[in-house]
Design a protein. Structure first.
Length: 332
């Protein structure tokens, strides 16, 4: 069996952590295993329309980072009560995708705590029918990256609020998240282990991997690794282009009520850029609305960029008794 590097990670920056996964997958010759946590963040699947997956108002209010990952699947909420595990492994292409193989160690560990966890559906691990782990995979050449969440002591209210979105706003072919009944591992621990923390659990998992996999070796990211990860983070994972602009093309529609009347927005967006905008409603205007529609074309579907465009004109000449902030908010 090939050597397995067990990489120690303590950074909780979500942009850095997602960049670390790609760096390790692309540059490490040996198979690897990692455990890591993120500060509160929303992690969206590679093929998802980000705006259709998040509660934008809640995300902005709480200043929650939104990061796109390499793998497909649905959006998930991370916080420090959630533990993430990652395997990267080399193999034959036809054998790389194997969700049961990489979730089995987690199920075995939980058996040590008398918890009967099961692999169910396409990619979930459950306890008593409730999901605590969602998993996804990404293939790069002859290597696979398998990663999964482990809800240990996450704040379920935050999870629900961050991912609550009005689906009727968006029409697209992007992958939609499927909401499931969820649970925390901590709630199922026997009395003898009730004091176990998420960091204790992290140590138990790493010990299990080290003791049950032959040819394991503990590894700490070097200064050279860190510099390369920082560069990848800055150029990709901490950019609007990747986290929002990468979204598939979609149509956005919404009607809002303002002091100046109802306004209906209809936007066609490709690669995060507004390609067509139509504005309807019972509002009063002094100048033709089509000038605003033309102004919005080729603008990123992003709050600050739209506001910047509208700041370049005398907005009140177009909409009577409609605030610029309400107008822009209506496009999200």
């Amino acid at each position: 069996m090939a050597k397995l590097l067990c990489i120690k990670r303590t950074n909780t920056n979500p942009y850095y952590n997602l960049a670390t996964e790609e760096y390790v997958l692309h540059h490490f010759k040996h198979d690897t295993f990692m455990l890591w946590r993120n500060e509160p963040a929303i992690i969206v699947g590679k093929h998802q329309n980000t705006l259709a997956e998040i509660n934008l108002e809640y995300v902005k209010e709480k200043n929650i980072p939104v990061v796109r990952r390499l793998s497909g699947g649905g959006a998930v909420f991370h916080d420090l009560g959630n533990l993430n595990f990652t395997f990267t492994q080399k193999g034959n292409k036809e054998e790389l995708i194997d969700f049961k193989k990489y979730t089995k160690p987690i199920i075995d560990i939980l058996k040590n705590f008398d918890i009967n966890a099961k692999f169910e559906g396409r990619n979930d691990i459950t306890i008593d029918g409730k999901k605590f782990s969602g998993n996804a995979e990404h293939v790069y050449k002859d290597r696979v990256l398998h990663h999964g969440t482990l809800l240990f002591s996450s704040k379920m209210t935050d999870l629900s609020d961050a991912l609550k979105v009005k689906e009727s706003k968006f029409k697209d072919k992007a992958v939609k998240s499927v909401r499931s009944r969820v649970t925390n591992i901590q709630d199922h621990l026997p009395e003898a282990h009730k004091d176990l923390t998420v960091l204790d659990f992290k140590d138990r998992i790493m010990d299990h991997i080290v003791n049950n996999y032959p040819e394991t070796e503990l590894y700490e990211l070097t200064e050279e690794d860190d510099k390369a990860i920082q560069k990848l983070m800055e150029e990709k994972y901490n950019t609007w282009d990747w986290n929002f602009g990468y979204s598939p093309k979609y149509n956005f529609s919404q009607t809002i009520k303002t002091d100046g009347g109802h306004i209906e927005f209809n936007l066609d967006v490709h690669d995060g850029i507004i390609k067509k905008a139509k504005i309807f409603g019972d509002y009063f205007n002094s100048k033709p609305t089509n000038e605003i529609e033309e102004l919005l074309m080729e603008t990123p579907h992003e709050h600050a960029q739209i506001m910047k465009k509208l700041n370049s004109i005398r907005f009140n000449d177009y909409f009577n008794k409609v605030s610029k902030e309400d107008f822009v908010s209506g496009m999200f």
